[in-house]
Design a protein around this ligand. Structure first.
Ligand code: COA
Ligand code: AMP
Length: 635
């Protein structure tokens, strides 16, 4: 197999040699209030800004322009809830109407351009409506995933300092309802800068309404009551470089990083990606099975498909158990989905329950052209199963919250390429991907190293961390001069295909959800019986990884392992959220460390996963490792 030579190679070369020209051409896909005359502002290197003199409105580009162009009756959004059994459809005109009125609600609550709005919502259309309404008035949304607990919500509130918080009475998980309002109430109590106003979308399935909290510190309002009387508000013009949203993601420490995305670069990049990566146009039905709380949901449930006038499916449910392992096939068949984007963990979950894909026989999924996977590595076994089962190309692509769209992909609309199992294929135009050794020198093909991206990164990638420039530099730009550090390690093969092997930091990926082991460790360490602890991400058959805790007890403490486990699991659940899926606790007599006191988490993970490992030369006491190995490999 040789490196792709055709259209891709040409586009890629142009994007690197003449990024200004390449991205100004791509900018034609966006409707501007003032067209940019230049693409890149590099006057403050290593920080870059795209389309510095362009002005536009993101919401206008997702809704108004399609209605104006006569596509108002086209379906923009299909909400399919496997939890309630209901399907709601919005045409572009209807969605525009709802968004313009909610923009009116926000305006009447004192939100103006540049103000932040925290959106803590389940997978209901109002989540997308709130996001688009913010974009319409130039406000900056910050969506917080519903699986996070009050403390995590409070940390994000304190960082973003929102004027308004938009929420719902709750979310539906299999076998239980998650009431959001008590969580919001305690987050506001924990926060030092709580917003004064909370807007609540009451769901008939879940108890709780604004009225229950209205007088309880701050003003709580009912979404429907406010929207009924609100004026429709038009899109305001913002600078291309103005922020569209802040999305918090896990770093190596407990404090989440507020990734900032601009308006103009984001619109250009996502519009380009829909055609060139996903091969999706206005007549297609597109489904991203993720959550609006993650970057995948931002980019490809809400913005990307609407930029190009397609129909987006928003699904509330799971791949299995709601009600069965045919749920995804049912949605594809019912809504005539052309392409599905999900995380490999969802495919593994389906395969585990229905290895012979018996459920598939009940559904006609002939509209499906492609299955896209991201969020974690698509392991070859899952790739083979999905390809065989679905008989469509199964396309891995690699990206991160920070980039907002794919770094490496098989560009189905530009030039489909041969697929290699285990690889997200090649760098997307605009991304100069290299693999370097610890001193920053490029390594030979097929040699593992740090995956870095040459600066500038293309439009749509993060413009910084919210109000934390020094962390932005320290996290991404300081390690290798002139490069962005992805935090992933891997290798490029002879054909220029990238293979991502995993994170080189303490970030883990559980069921496509990015978590910091540091934040889980902080909770575990706060238990009075715990002297020290390490949390590592170990292999999990369905979720890819899961956090596993190793605990050294304070001397003289007597607590049974079962009680300790129960207490730690509930502490993590209460302080971080159910999404942390922390269940494993092992008591050990010591943790392996380097002489400078750094815990050897990677070596511990390798031991638990039965991988070969080398004992670091800096180890403080090698006997600790031997004892640990004996204990862990027996588990
Ligand atoms: N609000 C509240 N709780 C939530 C939640 C939400 N939005 N999302 C998940 N949770 C809870 C779950 O109910 C579960 O709670 P439990 O411990 O009481 O059972 C816990 O968080 C863990 O959730 P999850 O890791 O999703 O496990 P699961 O067993 O419910 O489902 C999968 C496993 C594989 C089916 C599921 O993770 C999945 O579909 N993943 C798709 C991947 C995805 O969407 N990735 C996003 C990035 S692309
Ligand atoms: P998030 O920011 O939540 O999207 O998580 C980003 C991280 O998930 C990356 O840094 C990778 O570690 C991992 N990841 C995402 N997509 C892939 C992929 N296709 N292959 C391998 N790892 C991936």
């Amino acid at each position: 197999m040789s490196a792709p030579q055709g259209t891709y190679q040409q586009s890629y070369r142009e994007s690197i040699e003449n990024p200004g020209g390449f991205w100004l051409d791509a900018a034609e896909g966006v409707e501007w209030s003032r067209k940019p005359t230049r693409a890149l502002d590099d006057s403050e290197r290593p920080t870059y800004r795209w389309f510095p003199d362009g002005t536009m409105n993101t919401c206008f580009n997702t809704l108004d322009r399609h209605v104006r162009d006569g596509r108002g009756d086209h379906i923009a959004l299909i909400h399919d809830s496997a939890m309630t059994g209901e399907v709601r459809r919005y045409t572009y005109s209807q969605l525009l109407d709802e968004v313009a009125r909610f923009a009116g609600v926000l305006t009447e609550q004192g939100v103006s351009a540049g103000d932040r709005v925290v959106v803590y919502m389940p997978m209901i259309p109002e989540a997308a409506i709130a996001m688009l309404a913010c974009a319409r008035i130039g406000a900056v949304h910050s969506v917080v995933f519903g699986g996070f607990a009050a403390k995590e919500l409070a940390a994000r509130i304190d960082d973003a300092q929102p004027v308004v918080l938009v929420t719902a009475s709750g979310g539906l998980e299999p076998g239980r309802t998650v009431e959001y309002l008590p969580i919001v109430r305690s987050a506001l109590d924990l926060a030092s800068t709580p917003p004064h106003t909370v807007v609540v979308k009451a769901r008939k399935e879940i108890p709780g309404s604004a009225a229950d909290y209205g007088t309880d510190g701050g003003a709580w309002f009912d979404w429907d009551e406010l929207a009924a009387d609100a004026p429709s508000v038009g899109p305001v013009t913002v600078g291309a470089t103005d922020p569209l949203y802040v999305l918090y993601t896990s770093g190596t420490t407990g404090k989440p990083k507020g990734v900032v995305r601009d308006n103009g670069g984001h619109a250009v990049a996502l519009t380009w990606s829909m055609k060139n990566i996903y091969d999706i146009g206005p007549d297609d039905v597109w489904w991203t099975a993720s959550d609006v709380g993650w970057v995948v949901g931002h980019s490809y449930i809400v913005y990307g498909p609407l930029f190009v006038g397609a129909t987006t499916v928003m699904y509330e449910g799971k791949p299995v158990g709601t009600p069965d392992a045919g749920a995804f096939w049912r949605v594809i068949a019912q809504h005539r989905v052309a392409a599905l984007f999900t995380a490999p963990t969802a495919i593994r979950a389906i395969r585990k329950v229905d290895p012979g894909a018996k459920e598939l026989e009940k559904h006609d999924i002939s509209t499906l052209r492609t299955l896209f996977a991201a969020g974690e590595r698509l392991d070859p076994d899952t790739y083979e199963w999905a390809s065989r089962t679905l008989s469509v190309p199964v396309v891995d692509h690699w990206w991160q919250t920070e980039t907002g769209w794919a770094i490496c992909a098989n560009l189905r609309g530009l030039e489909p390429m041969p697929i290699k199992a285990g690889s997200p294929t090649v760098p997307v135009p605009g991304y100069r991907v290299e693999v370097v050794d610890p001193s920053g020198h490029p390594v030979a093909a097929d040699t593992e190293g740090n995956i870095v991206i040459g600066l500038p990164m293309p439009p749509g990638t993060l413009t910084g961390l919210w109000r934390d420039e020094s962390r932005f530099f320290a996290s991404y730009l300081a390690t290798f001069d002139g490069y962005y550090l992805t935090g992933d390690s891997g290798y490029l093969d002879e054909d220029g295909y990238l293979f991502v092997l995993g994170r080189s930091d303490d970030v883990i990926n559980v069921a496509g959800h990015r978590l910091s082991t540091g934040s889980i460790e902080a909770v575990v360490a706060s238990h009075p019986a715990v002297a020290e602890c390490a949390v590592v991400g170990i292999h999990d058959e369905v979720k890819g990884q899961r956090p596993s805790g190793y605990v050294v007890l304070e001397s003289g403490v007597s607590i049974t392992p079962a009680v300790l486990r129960e207490e730690l699991v509930s502490m993590v659940r209460e302080q971080i959220g159910a999404v942390a899926t922390f269940r494993d606790v092992t008591v050990v007599d010591a943790l392996p460390k380097t002489r400078s006191g750094k815990i050897l988490r990677k070596t511990m993970r390798q031991i638990v996963d039965n991988e070969d490992y080398t004992v670091p030369s800096t180890i403080e006491d090698a006997t600790v490792l031997n004892r640990l190995e004996e204990r862990l490999r027996r588990l």
